[in-house]
Design a protein around this ligand. Structure first.
Ligand code: GAP
Length: 411
């Protein structure tokens, strides 16, 4: 149990810095509000989340195509999307402030003002015609993209929850106008399933029907998926019905034909869009909040991250019991090399005593630690495998180690 709810956030931020997950951006210059840098374990966690999302939302489906579009687009695209006129936040004095980051493209008098994208969606809408012309997908189908988005938030806060540079995992799903409700429901279920897969407790996630006046300018229906963060219940993901707003508007601003022609029914129409939009950094924070645990083991207080093995930055750590016994080190390194071929994210550690090594692996969420001791060499050709959450230790045959770990890690 984590004792005081109000300081759980401080503890997570402190663990992230101490163990190399997430650092304040430009820290040696006093930081820079709204910007964060991911260290090795934070990056591994982030990549595991993005790869799992890509696997489930793109690779395992037949109807979704991946894209990687540019961050900076022709500024006309942001006029068409309504972001130049309407992507504004209220400031304390009542004035509105457009949160898109401006940048200038080109030199001298030739330069023009454009923007860093505030959502990855735009790049997919402006490529609708290219995708139709090159792949001719049949409706319903989707485009998917993972990438950075930028917003000059007036009040960045709560660690990586509200930052000025962040990442999104978005699908733009194109449907017949009459089918939008059916697919909206489908995507609602997929997002709930995703939350379960990444280890969020059902009782900690909530669906909020967003009121008319609070929806983004392009949306006719939005559900926010909220999560009980240590600082309160806040938006984790959004699911929006964007109607034909985007394609219609891009079609009229660019004069491109963004209609879909249905060969079966001979109908021509602008597809409607259902958009599940998932923030990567908010996912990381939700996953860390859920996984952060404190308990007592061997009469000592310990902290551990009960991460799902598929998300854990390191899957297995291998230790020789003693650093100064070459035969133990040699055997441990052999086992490490074998495991690394299979699981890749494997660490060898001979620093300090075993207790210290366990503490580190617990704090970075490594599900299993393997120790080579004298019995391994002299008696039974077995190693000790310790389970992160229970602390339980089992002797496992070296020959059976990969099978044993594979089964547990794939859960
Ligand atoms: N394309 C739709 C869109 O961008 P949004 O609700 O503004 O909708 C979608 O953003 C998701 O992006 C949010 O649910 C959240 O996960 C993430 N997000 C938005 N602003 C963010 C910020 N300032 N910092 C971190 N994540 C953010």
């Amino acid at each position: 149990m984590v004792d005081k709810k109000e300081n759980k956030m401080d503890k997570i931020v402190s663990l992230c810095k101490r163990r190399g997950f997430i650092f304040q951006g430009s820290e040696i210059y006093g930081g820079f509000a709204g910007f964060w840098d991911y260290g090795p374990y934070g990056l591994a966690l982030k990549n595991n989340i993005k790869n799992l999302w890509w696997q489930i939302f793109v690779e395992e489906r037949e109807d979704i195509y991946g894209m990687d579009t540019s961050v900076i687009m022709n500024p006309r695209a942001w006029e068409a999307s309504g972001h130049v006129a309407g992507f504004a936040d209220q400031m304390d004095n009542g004035n509105k402030f457009n949160v898109m980051f401006k940048t200038s493209v080109g030199a001298g008098e030739e330069s023009i003002v454009s923007y860093l994208r505030p959502e990855t969606a735009g790049g997919m809408f402006v490529n609708f015609k290219n995708i139709m012309d090159s792949l001719s997908p049949k409706i319903p189908f989707g485009l998917a993209q993972v990438g950075k988005a930028f917003r000059n938030e007036i009040a960045p806060r709560d660690f990586v929850f509200r930052s000025r540079e962040f990442e999104q995992m978005e699908v733009e799903y194109f449907v017949k106008p009459a089918d939008w409700e059916k697919y909206f429901e489908e995507w609602k279920k997929i997002i709930s399933m995703w939350c379960k897969i990444i280890g969020l407790e059902k009782s900690h996630t909530h669906e909020l029907e967003v009121l008319d006046k609070e929806r983004a300018h392009y949306s006719k229906r939005t559900i926010d998926f909220e999560f009980d963060y240590p600082f309160g219940r806040k938006e984790l993901y959004g699911l929006a019905y964007r109607t034909d707003f985007d394609l219609k508007s891009h079609s009229s601003f660019s004069n491109a034909d963004l209609y879909y022609y249905d060969e079966e029914t001979k109908e021509k129409f602008i597809p409607h869009i259902i958009e599940p939009s998932l923030g990567v950094d908010r996912t990381i924070l939700a996953v860390l909040s859920e996984a952060y645990k404190e308990d007592e083991m061997n009469e000592e207080k310990r902290i551990y991250l009960a991460l799902k093995p598929i998300l854990a930055p390191i899957k297995v750590a291998v230790f020789p019991l003693l650093k100064n016994k070459p035969q133990l080190v040699k055997k441990a390194r052999e086992i490490y090399e074998d495991l690394k071929k299979k699981f890749k994210a494997v660490e060898f550690d001979d620093n300090g005593n075993i207790g210290k090594r366990y503490r580190k692996q617990d704090e970075i969420g490594t599900p299993f630690c393997v120790t080579v001791d004298f019995d391994t060499l002299e008696k039974d050709k077995k190693v000790t495998v310790r389970d992160r959450d229970s602390g339980k230790q089992e002797r496992i045959d070296i020959d059976k180690l990969i099978t044993y770990l594979s089964e547990k890690i794939s859960l």
